[in-house]
Ligand binder design. Structure first.
Ligand code: ADP
Ligand code: MG
Length: 621
């Protein structure tokens, strides 16, 4: 039998290795950006076309390469960054494996122009599928420009495996943001199909976060700073009330390299303990500096997971640093549910104990509706068809259990209602009179009411969002969503990505009773609307969903139903500016506190706050 073992040709070996380094266009962006940073660039511009599938170009003003280095750079294991095995333990550069350029060149067409400050002329090199096609002198600026074209042109299976442009672009933006956050001192730009997506001038860490995440984040950031012999931690954390259900604004960096670290994430979460609604995570941007010897960046091919020598010790330092920052900002005492005299904000666990009386309240009352008694009358609907009179009785019952001093419950919210309880008159007529003074509206935005410990303010839109959200989720989880057939189906037209998304989620929308079908390419008919919704059209709901998908609030992941519920609730909720009657406010109030999480909106924003009596007294000193 003849020998069968052969050495793989370099081009094949490179392709196989490339699979590890280059998984998608975003990997190219990351590797090229890291190379530019390692080369000391202070200005870097990234240009992508078709989400990087057709072009990823990176232009830097770094130190450039000589002719020989330009060619060498594309060889496997060619790196200027480590010389011996020992160097592996003191890595301070982003790259070090000497694999990226070789891998990229194995699966794309690469063109590079580069020049060092010492040379008059630069070099221009073209490579396709690992072989050099041309190399010649060229006039160019000091620095390096690399264009990577037609990614996976020679591996059709991988090219087909690439996701929709919107998804690939999102990945690119994620990589870009991580690098931008870690390097605020560098001028950075990202352009997609000739549209500038980010133009980030050189700045400090805080400004860079603001540039990337948005102005509103500025006064939500709390400084974190701690210095120990083992580790220095700097950065910012978000105030608990700005914590979101969605993940995405959580960043750890170690020695300026982005890392994922579920264990340290937990450390952060424990420090926030009790300050967050269930399932929400605070934003954080935390930069660790450690001796490179205590980390091993080598454990993951794309290097986002990093192992530390003494992780439990770092956990404690991190957690203490965060508690301290929260404490300094007075956040812990102001919403510490365990302290007797604190401001009492109802939280999920507490309110969840009152399931019983809730049933008496019409769960589908629409504050917009003046006359009709419920949203839908479909057989399996969650609507109980109760009218307002009944719901008033329901409201009384909400507190019934507390009338005869049965208030052993530690439930702060119910204690809040004590005063109110004592003044509820017997007859319904008087009850209404009393109630007409109970709520008032500020700026047509907040509902205000007196409670035992002070003045309670409720954000009307967020409150209604929460109510609708739970209604949708209940209906879906109990498989009791209903759909109202529309008399005249709405015709909607969508192209490209919007149409693709709509096709993807059509099945999910049906679950909610939003019935859509595509009758011809790009033409959609909405022929059924969710049973509990009125005064809103199918196109309103769908537009909301499409735009929430663009901002990443809907990601087609496992939380899709929650996300759709949240999106529909946001669209359908009472807007700010809407004048509300006493009865509408009462209903909304009742229904809000019948929710399992009345304190926070589906996107994690504060719904209810109380200005404490003491604070009010202070105003009169
Ligand atoms: P690594 O970054 O792991 O060393 P790469 O394949 O990414 O490996 O790059 C190989 C080498 O090419 C680098 O070590 C560096 O010397 C050189 N190089 C790559 N990109 C640039 C750049 N933008 N400017 C200057 N030199 C670069
Ligand atoms: Mg590199």
């Amino acid at each position: 039998m003849s020998d069968i073992i052969q050495l793989l040709p370099d081009s094949v070996a490179n392709q196989i290795a490339a699979g590890e380094v280059v998984q998608r266009p975003a990997s190219v962006v990351k590797e090229l950006l890291e190379n530019s940073i390692d080369a000391g660039a202070t200005e870097i511009k990234v240009i992508v076309k078709e989400a990087g599938k057709n072009l990823v170009q990176v232009i830097d003003n770094g130190k450039g390469m000589s002719d020989t280095d330009a060619r060498m750079a594309f060889e496997r294991h060619a790196t200027s960054k480590i010389r011996e095995a020992n160097d592996l333990f003191s890595i301070t550069t982003m790259g070090f494996r000497g694999e990226a350029l070789a891998s990229i060149a194995a699966v794309a067409l690469v063109e590079m122009k580069t020049r060092t400050a010492g040379e008059e002329l630069g070099t221009h090199i073209e490579i396709a599928g690992s072989s050099v096609i041309s190399q010649q002198p060229v006039q160019c600026a000091v620095g390096t420009q690399i264009a990577v074209k037609n990614l996976f042109f020679n591996i059709p299976a991988r090219r087909r495996f690439l996701k929709r442009n919107s998804t690939e672009l999102r990945n690119i933006i994620n990589e870009f943001q991580r690098i931008a956050l870690a390097n605020p001192h560098i001028d950075l730009e990202l352009h997609h199909n000739d549209v500038p997506l980010f133009i980030l001038p050189k700045s400090n860490y805080r400004q860079r976060i603001v540039h990337l995440v948005g102005k509103s984040v500025n006064n939500q950031l709390i400084n974190v700073e701690t210095r120990t012999p083992l580790i220095t931690i700097n950065g910012f954390i978000g105030k608990p009330e700005t914590a979101r259900k969605k993940t995405g604004d959580q960043f750890f960096f170690v020695n300026n390299r982005y890392m994922r670290h579920p264990y340290f994430h937990k450390a952060v979460m424990t420090a926030y303990e009790k300050l967050l609604p269930e399932g929400a995570a605070p934003a954080y941007f935390l930069f660790f500096e450690v001796d490179p010897e205590i980390i091993d960046v080598n454990i993951h091919p794309t290097k986002t997971e990093i192992k530390f020598e003494d992780e439990p010790a770092i956990w404690h330092i991190l957690s203490a640093a965060i508690r301290e920052s929260l404490g300094k900002n007075n956040i812990v005492p102001s919403i510490d549910f365990d302290t007797d005299d604190s401001i009492d904000i109802p939280v999920a666990g507490h309110a969840a104990e009152i399931v019983e009386p809730v049933i008496e309240v019409d769960p589908t009352f629409n504050p917009f509706e003046q006359e009709k008694s419920s949203f839908s009358s479909g057989g399996g609907s969650v609507s109980s068809g109760k009218n307002k009179k009944e719901s008033v009785e329901g409201w009384e019952q909400l507190y019934a259990g507390f009338e005869k001093d049965e208030r052993q419950s530690s439930n702060d919210f119910y204690e809040e209602t004590e005063l109110v309880q004592q003044t509820i008159p017997a007859s319904e007529g008087e009850d209404r009179a009393f109630r007409s003074e109970r709520f008032f509206q500020l700026k047509n935005k907040y509902i205000i009411t007196a409670v035992k410990s002070g003045l309670m303010l409720i954000d009307q839109k967020r409150a209604h969002e929460r109510v609708l959200f739970e209604l949708f989720m209940d209906a879906v989880t109990s498989e009791r969503s209903t759909s109202q057939k529309t008399l005249f189906p709405e015709e909607l037209y969508f192209g490209g990505e919007d149409a693709a998304l709509l096709r993807d989620i059509m099945g999910e929308l049906h679950v909610f009773g939003l019935e859509v079908k595509e009758t011809e390419e790009g033409k959609f008919l909405v022929y059924g609307l969710p049973g509990h919704l009125e005064n809103i059209s199918g196109s309103d709901i769908i537009d909301g969903i499409l735009s929430d998908h663009k901002t990443g609030e809907i990601d087609l992941g496992e939380k899709i139903r929650e996300q759709i519920s949240a999106s529909m609730a946001k669209k359908a909720a009472i807007p700010y500016g809407k004048v509300m009657t006493q009865e509408e406010m009462t209903e909304l109030f009742d229904r809000l506190f019948a929710c399992s999480e009345p304190a926070y909106s589906p996107s994690g924003k504060i719904i209810v706050t109380i200005i404490g009596n003491e604070d009010i007294d202070k105003l009169f000193i």
